[in-house]
Design a protein around this ligand. Structure first.
Ligand SMILES: C[S@@+](CC[C@H](N)C(=O)[O-])C[C@H]1O[C@@H](n2cnc3c(N)ncnc32)[C@H](O)[C@@H]1O
Length: 144
């Protein structure tokens, strides 16, 4: 049993295995080597949202590429797991040079949702808490 469990875990870590196990095979899944490469699939001048910003490392990476006309970041900074006001300040510093193209919303995902009209976003990067399965899939369902 242990061996089968290990083999399944290894299989799940391949892109093919992930698609089969999560039943998303053939559903326009795109795999990228570096996560910032998601921008290769966004139209120039596109608008995006990053759900879960923390210190803003990935926001900076996205903004450093001349693709998006606007990026929104959403993070509540409640203090859980070290994601607190100090980190919020760091995220603001890290993204300050892109202030004309970036807005950081200090809100929960639920609070931020009504800010965005349906079909108004070119991409949504969901990076809340993986250990909760992004609220058991609720975040994905609400924002899709
Ligand atoms: C893994 S970190 C984000 C890392 C960031 N995307 C990066 O790559 O640098 C997860 C963040 O999601 C935020 N978060 C988790 N659940 C949230 C929710 N329901 N509403 C708002 N923020 C949330 C946490 O406060 C935390 O800062």
């Amino acid at each position: 049993m242990l061996v089968i469990g290990r083999m399944k875990a290894l299989f799940a870590r391949t892109s093919y295995g992930y698609e089969v196990l999560h039943k998303v095979r053939g559903r326009n899944t795109v795999w990228v080597k570096r996560r910032a490469d998601v921008l290769n699939f966004v139209r120039p001048g596109g608008v995006g949202v990053e759900l879960g910003v923390a210190a803003g490392d990935f926001s900076r990476q996205l903004l450093s590429r001349p693709v998006l006309s606007k990026l929104y970041g959403v993070d509540r900074y409640f203090g859980d797991r070290g994601h607190d006001d100090g980190e919020y300040a760091k995220a603001q510093r890290q993204t300050a040079e892109f202030a004309d193209r970036y807005s950081l919303l200090k809100q929960t995902f639920d609070e931020a949702l009504p800010t965005f009209a349906d079909e108004s976003l070119d991409f949504i990067y969901i990076d809340g808490y993986a250990h909760t399965g992004q609220e058991g899939g609720e975040t994905t369902r609400q924002w899709a």
